[in-house]
Design a protein around this ligand. Sequence first.
Ligand code: ARG
Length: 463
Amino acid sequence: MAERKPWGGRFEAATDARVEAFTSSIDDDRHIALDDVTGSRAHARMLQETGLISAAEGADLERGLTQVEQELQDGSFPWRAELEDVHMNVERRLGELIGPAAGKLHTARSRNDQVATDARLYARRMLTRIGDALGALQAALLEQAEAHVDTLLPGYTHLQRAQPVRLAHHLLAYFEMFDRDRERVGQILGRLDRSPLGSGALAGTPHPIDRARSASLLGFSESTTNSMDAVSDRDYMVEALAAASLSMVHLSRWCEELVLWSSSEFGFCIIDDAFTTGSSMMPQKKNPDVAELVRGKVGRVIGAQVSLLVTLKALPMTYNRDMQEDKPPLYDGLETWARSLEVSAAMAPAVRYRPEAMRAALSEGFVTATELADYLVTKGVAFREAHEIVGRLVARCVADGRRLDELSAEELAGHDPRIDADASSWLDPEQAVERRDLPGGPARDRVLTALAEARARLIRGQA
Ligand code: ARG
């Protein structure tokens, strides 16, 4: 006969083997196994301090939990499939290690507040790691930006050459995206900073426990305020996966650009061998697989967010077993996000930009056409009319296969008499960038200020 479960008193027959397999969360629980020990340790200590268990029982539990932790870490923990989840596996193992005191650990606790605590500890751990990875990626982008203040390239809209910018300015745009991601991580960490331990199954416990004490032992600032909400609140998981989805979308944009820029068609950068792979068939290939894979993992993370939301939708109060399905997407979403960020932070310094190729791209595509229109505005021409005048000039150049800066002063004046000899300086990309001397703009001094400000923000965020 199958082993009786800890809740066995109510049951006469053993669980059907198929039910056992279907309801088990053991395969997923390895992610929170150590957090489970951490939660139990704090609970046991609180029980002892409040006199709910004896000092000897407390010492036995501490000793047993240390041993369990060791076994989990070195892989020798004897997981038993029939015990459904990590909570009961740990409790059973404690019984083997320390005897009857193990039975006291679940005093004033339910698996509902226990798993709610474990999952928060896990999320806190992962979000902290993710915040660090975001900071590392930002630092790498910032360093590249600092090295490329004087590298000019066409800025793009619609993937068409639009206006000249500094590479530093371009890279700082990504810095800003990841900075918002990091800020979001901090906000989520702030909201999940409450301990659900002591909420019991849903209605607390009659025993005189000290919730503030277990909260503080676990490093939470305070306890949750409603026991029913506490055992069924998964908001922070949804928020974390929403932040993950958005951040992965940001990563995908950066990676997409690396794929484009490292192609022969663009030639704007070279990704070091260490972050590319070859083709098994075509000897000449050097593929940006890391960038492609990060881009590809976005679907998985957005899928995790959708999966979690659908699981939670319309659940009645309070804990329902459906909530066991909240954790696989949480684990997969956060692990994927963390690993994508970490490999991206490592890859960022391995991107070598090619200022000459960027410079060459600047000379094609009429990137200073807007400048010429703005020049006419300084001569008193309405912008709409100036736009029309320059548009016709560009059309003529396209037809003749010429560039704007190849036109002589006479040809320019011939097109419109208000285009004087001083117009030619407006066709120089360098000067075009320098005229954009406004807060948030790409002029050299503005970019230097932005770099210093970004550096200070990064240091503040990492403090
Ligand atoms: N494996 C469960 C989960 O992840 C643990 C909590 C089970 N609680 C219960 N009352 N069955 O949600």
